[in-house]
Design a protein around this ligand. Structure first.
Ligand code: ADE
Length: 426
C-alpha cells in the first residue's frame, strides 16, 4: 500500500492525479449538471453527515464526481474498482491526491489484488454500500457478517448486480435493504441504452481501428444494452445481426429491422461479435469452430463469462497476447485466427472510457439521491430489493430536461379530471 500526502490508498501512480486526473474529472463535471446541482445542495445541507460509504464502482472520471458529491454531503467515501480492467489510473490517483477519497484500484490488477482491495474497503465498516455488480454485498454477507447490523442500505448500479441481489432475496439470504438504481427509468433507459451503445462501439473501434461500415456485427442479447449497441453499430454502417433467447425481445429486434437468428448461424457470418446478455458461455466451442478467419470477439456484459475463453484457449494452437493493446490473437489449428478484446471483460470500459459523463449524470444523480433517501430512512426499510422512489426519478428527469433546454407541456385541469374518471366513453 502506498501512502500519498493525504490518504492511504493503492493506486498506480499518485503523480498522475494533479497532472492528468484532475483535468479529466473536471471535464466530466462540466457534463454533469444534475449531479452538480445535487452537490451544491449537499454542501449546504450535509444530508450524509457521518455516513461511511463503501463504493465498488468503475473508477472513472464520472465516478470521481459521484464520490465528490457524496463527500460534499458529509459522507466518508472509500472506493475500490468493480472490474480489474476498468480503472482509469489517473482518476484513481486524483481521487487519492486531489479529492481526499481513499481509493484502492489499479488498471490490470490481478484477481487476488482485486479482492484484497474490495476487502480493504469493506474493512472500513460501512453504513452504505454502493455496488456495480453486487460484489460488496456478496462478500460483506459471506466474510464480514458481524458488520451487517451497521449497514443501513445498499445501492446497486447494474443489471447483473440486481439479478444477483434478487436471487439472494429470494433465498432469504439478503440481510439489508438494497435500492435497485439500475431499474430506475432515469438509469437503464439512458445509461444502458445510449451509454453502452456508444461506448461499446467506441471500445471496439479504439482497440481495433476496424471500419464498421459494410461489416457484419453480431449483437448477442437485445436488452437495453443490446438495443443501444445494435442501433449504434447500424448507425456506423454495419449489417447488424441480433441473437436472442427471449421471443418478445427477438420479435422487437426483428421489427426494429435487424436480422435475427440463432448464434449457430450468426457465428458463420459475423466479422465482429459482442455479447451483452449477462449470461455465461454465449459464445462457446461450437461457435468458435465455425467463425470466419479474423473474427473479433468482445463482451460488454458485466462479467467475463459470456465468451468461453477457457474453451477457446483449449481449441487454439497458440495464444498471442497484445497484437495490439488489449487484443489477443487465438491461432487455431486450421489456420484461422480469432481475436479477443480485453480478455473478454467489459470492452467499453477496458478499451474506452465507459459511458459518457452526460449520461452518467443521471445514473449517478440517482445514486446520490438514493444514498440520501437511505440515510433518511435508516432502520425503516425492509431487507429486500427496493425500487428507486418515483419522486427521485421525476426530479432527475425534470432537471435533466431543463439543463438540455427542453421544455414540456403540463396537463390541464380538464385533462387531469379525464384521466382519473372512468365514465366518459365513446
Ligand atoms: N459504467 C459504464 N460507464 C461508466 C462510467 N463512465 N463510469 C462509471 N461506471 C460506468
Amino acid at each position: 500500500m502506498k501512502k500519498t500526502e493525504s490518504v492511504t490508498c493503492d493506486v498506480k501512480s499518485p503523480a498522475l492525479g494533479p497532472t492528468l486526473g484532475k483535468g479529466k474529472v473536471e471535464w466530466a463535471e462540466s457534463q454533469m449538471p444534475v449531479l452538480r446541482a445535487i452537490r451544491a445542495r449537499f454542501e449546504k445541507e450535509r444530508p450524509l453527515k457521518g455516513a461511511r460509504i463503501a463504493a465498488c464502482l468503475h473508477v472513472t472520471s464520472e465516478t470521481a464526481n459521484l464520490c465528490r458529491t457524496l463527500k460534499a454531503g458529509g459522507a466518508e467515501v472509500f472506493l475500490c474498482a468493480s472490474n480489474p480492467l476498468s480503472t482509469q489510473d489517473e482518476v484513481a490517483a486524483a481521487l487519492a491526491t486531489e479529492y481526499g477519497v481513499p481509493t484502492w484500484a489499479i488498471k490490470g490488477e490481478d484477481k487476488d489484488t482485486y479482492y484484497a482491495h474490495l476487502k480493504t474497503v469493506l474493512a472500513q465498516n460501512p453504513n452504505l454500500t454502493l455496488d456495480d455488480g453486487a460484489d460488496l454485498v456478496s462478500i460483506l454477507h459471506s466474510e464480514f457478517p458481524k458488520q451487517l447490523p451497521n449497514v443501513y442500505a445498499g445501492m446497486e448500479e447494474t443489471t447483473t448486480g440486481v439479478v444477483r441481489l434478487r436471487a439472494m432475496a429470494q433465498e432469504g439470504a439478503l440481510k439489508y435493504p438494497v435500492i435497485a438504481v439500475n431499474d430506475a427509468a432515469t438509469k437503464h433507459l439512458f445509461d444502458n441504452r445510449y451509454g453502452t451503445g456508444q461506448s461499446t462501439c467506441d471500445g471496439i473501434i479504439r482497440a481495433t481501428n476496424l471500419l464498421f461500415a459494410g461489416i457484419n456485427v453480431v449483437c448477442a442479447g437485445y436488452g437495453w444494452c443490446g438495443r443501444g449497441f445494435a442501433a449504434r453499430a447500424r448507425g456506423l454502417g454495419a449489417r447488424v445481426i441480433v441473437t436472442e433467447v427471449d421471443p418478445i425481445r427477438a420479435l422487437e429486434a426483428a421489427m426494429d429491422g435487424f436480422s435475427v437468428m440463432p448464434m449457430a448461424e450468426a457465428a458463420k457470418l459475423g466479422d465482429v461479435f459482442c455479447t451483452v446478455t449477462g449470461d455465461t458461455s454465449v459464445l462457446r466451442a461450437e461457435h468458435f469452430a465455425s467463425m470466419k478467419d479474423g473474427a473479433v470477439l468482445a463482451n460488454s456484459g458485466h462479467f467475463n463469462v459470456e465468451i468461453d475463453l477457457p474453451a477457446l484457449a483449449k481449441q487454439a494452437k497458440e495464444v498471442r497476447r497484445n497484437v495490439r493493446p488489449l487484443v489477443d490473437q487465438y491461432a487455431m489449428a486450421d489456420g484461422r485466427s480469432l481475436y479477443v478484446l480485453a480478455e473478454g471483460r467489459l470492452v467499453n470500459l477496458a478499451c474506452a472510457d465507459g459511458h459518457p459523463a452526460s449520461v452518467m449524470d443521471m445514473s449517478f444523480a440517482t445514486q446520490a439521491l438514493c444514498a440520501e433517501y437511505a440515510v433518511k430512512h435508516k432502520g425503516k426499510m425492509a431487507a429486500k430489493v427496493h425500487d428507486v422512489p418515483r419522486d427521485v426519478e421525476n426530479w432527475i428527469a425534470t432537471l435533466k430536461l431543463e439543463t438540455m433546454g427542453v421544455r414540456i407541456d403540463t396537463l390541464t385541469d380538464d385533462q387531469k379530471k379525464y384521466l382519473s374518471s372512468w365514465n366518459e366513453g365513446t
